[in-house]
Design a protein around this ligand. Structure first.
Ligand code: GDP
Length: 297
């Protein structure tokens, strides 16, 4: 997945095993290479620096230096710190014990928001829940039709309205009323508007939806392929909306890993799921331990 990062980390860490007896000096040199590998993978600068500080602090202690294989110990420390960096996860979507749970999906245009709404509906349906989709992205002309098609493929109801002269809060409220009327819906997923960049008007619209609809969870669709740009957008959305979770989309197309490794540390918001393909069944719960294992190769 993150071939460059995995290769560079392997080089940096195997260098530690080659040099005979390990000293504080050559451990620090090796870890400097690890830091370089993280920066090349587009990991946030501060995140990479603090990560190396934590690893160094543990690696140069007596316990590691006096162990039989200090190099292995250091790989173990890096592994554990990668897990800490991406986790802990919070897979819970705060479902209400009764009544309708509202999940609000937000993100920039093209981040995979609409697709992810469909994927989530499919997953929840599989788990025995009764989701419904609401097309509140009135910005992107094709989004409403796209959501309708996806709902048909997943086999869940969708609430859609004509975008002209309409407002997103109203569409969400009507969607919720529709869900109540249908009677057998327990989860409503709101597909909200995106823009190419974070802008004030968009944030105001989303804040209004949040205020009026009081979603149980606000989830950010974070395009892993856009690295630090995605992390910065997540930060801006979190400042406006207090996100409950991130779904990392397009991880299958991300060759570097910068967003995956930075977004939790920068925003404090847990990654709940990962999107690993365009098809509607390509959504998986996020496991930081597995991801750390894959990164280290
Ligand atoms: P929106 O503008 O945020 O609603 O974006 P869309 O849901 O329309 O997705 C934009 C593009 O990203 C589409 O071509 C999707 O098929 C694609 N996409 C979404 N999620 C994933 C994913 O996890 N992996 C890949 N490879 N493509 C994805």
């Amino acid at each position: 997945m993150f071939e460059g990062l995995t290769g560079n980390l392997k080089n940096a860490l195997s260098g530690l095993a080659r040099g005979g007896k390990l000293t504080e000096g050559n451990i620090k040199d090796g870890l400097r290479e690890v830091r370089q590998a993280l920066l090349e993978a587009d990991v946030n600068y501060e995140v990479a620096t603090k990560f190396i500080e934590r690893v160094t602090e543990q690696s140069v202690g007596e316990k590691v230096l006096k162990s039989i294989r200090p190099d292995e110990q250091i790989v173990g420390i890096v592994h554990q710190e990668l897990i800490n960096l991406m986790g802990p996860v919070e897979p819970d979507l705060a479902f209400k014990p009764s009544g309708i749970t509202i999940l609000m999906m937000c993100g920039l245009q093209g981040s995979g928001k609409t697709t992810t709404c469909g994927k989530l509906a499919r997953l929840l349906k599989e788990q025995g829940r009764k989701p419904m989709l609401v097309a509140a992205d009135l910005q992107r002309p094709a989004a409403i039709e796209q959501l309708k098609v996806i709902a048909g493929q997943v086999g869940v109801p969708a609430h859609t309205e004509a975008p002209e002269g309409n407002n997103a809060v109203k569409v969400c409220q009507n969607g919720l009323s529709q869900a109540k009327k249908l009677g057998n819906v327990d989860t409503v997923i709101l597909d909200t508007a995106g823009r190419l960049h974070v802008d004030e008007q968009l944030m105001q619209e989303l804040e209004q939806i949040e205020r009026k609809l009081q979603p149980d969870q606000v989830i950010f669709a974070c395009d892993a392929m856009t690295g630090q740009d995605a992390v910065n957008s997540a930060k801006a959305f979190n400042e406006a909306l207090e996100l409950d979770g991130v779904i990392l989309t397009k991880l299958d197309g991300d060759t570097r890993g910068g967003a995956a490794l930075s977004v939790k540390e920068v925003t404090g918001v847990p990654i709940k799921f990962i999107g690993v393909g365009e098809a509607l069944d390509r959504l998986e719960p996020f496991h930081p331990d597995r991801m750390a294992g894959r990164i280290l190769g």
